[in-house]
Write a protein that binds this ligand. Structure first.
Ligand SMILES: [Zn+2]
Length: 232
């Protein structure tokens, strides 16, 4: 605990005063740019990964970055989605899975969580991903099967996300874009799901051309389309 308290002390002594104006401006309310749904894994730090300051990402974190379909479970995830999309009107929703995810291993081997009834039921929301991997990759190595279930789970949870009425309406109105990511712990690479090719591919970042007048501060990724400059 000492390490956490020392960190809090450094934050209050060094970080907060240095960014006082930002923190004060955030007291007036929040207008986050994206809903970021990811695993509770301690190795995923969304604001570090996306280099976003406080106030830009509305977070929903749970084991296996799972989104139960609408109508199956009324609780934290569904109300977080409704608040972020319906009230705060985020423009993007990102479901971010990751490599070396213990939940993905548990999805493939449900017997390992038999003694954890909540986890077993929670991971049942990824049952489609498990069966797809078993059908498509029955003889693959454990590593190949884990990779596949990680991607399939993101894809399935994106579909679940769109069953939530507030999401479906916002997408239909062109007010919300959905994105599926897989973050590679070992390299920092992020693969994004392309709904056209139905494949995951690394997100590419095109450096803006400094000589070009009006070059954007942030280049645009064709796949995710989420790096467009915020005009809000
Ligand atoms: Zn995880």
């Amino acid at each position: 605990m000492q390490r956490i308290l020392a960190g809090l002390h450094r934050f209050q002594r060094d970080v907060f005063p240095a960014k006082k104006a930002l923190f004060e401006s955030l007291c007036d309310g929040q207008a986050p740019y994206a809903l970021f749904i990811t695993c509770g894994d301690s190795r995923i730090v969304p604001s570090l990964l996306t280099q976003t300051p406080p106030g830009e990402l509305f977070l929903s974190r749970q084991v296996g970055n799972i989104v139960p379909p609408h109508g199956t479970l009324y609780g934290g995830v569904s109300s977080t989605i409704e608040y972020a999309v319906g009230v705060l009107r985020v423009r993007h929703a990102i479901i971010c899975g990751h490599t070396n995810c213990g939940a993905m291993t548990a999805i493939l081997h449900p017997e390992t969580v038999e003694d954890f009834p909540n986890t077993r039921r929670w991971l049942a929301n990824a049952e489609v991903a498990r069966q797809l991997v078993n059908a498509r990759c029955p003889n693959g190595t454990e590593e190949e099967r884990i990779e596949m279930v990680t991607r399939e789970n993101v894809r399935i949870q994106l579909m679940h996300l769109e069953t939530h009425p507030v999401v479906a309406v916002a997408v239909a109105q062109g007010a919300l874009q959905l994105h599926g990511w897989v973050y590679h712990l070992e390299t920092g690479q992020v693969d994004a799901y392309n709904p056209v090719t139905k494949e995951f591919a690394p997100i590419t970042f095109d450096e803006p051309d400094a000589d070009e007048p009006g070059a954007a501060d942030l280049a645009i990724s064709e796949i995710s389309g989420m790096f467009e400059e915020a005009s809000r």
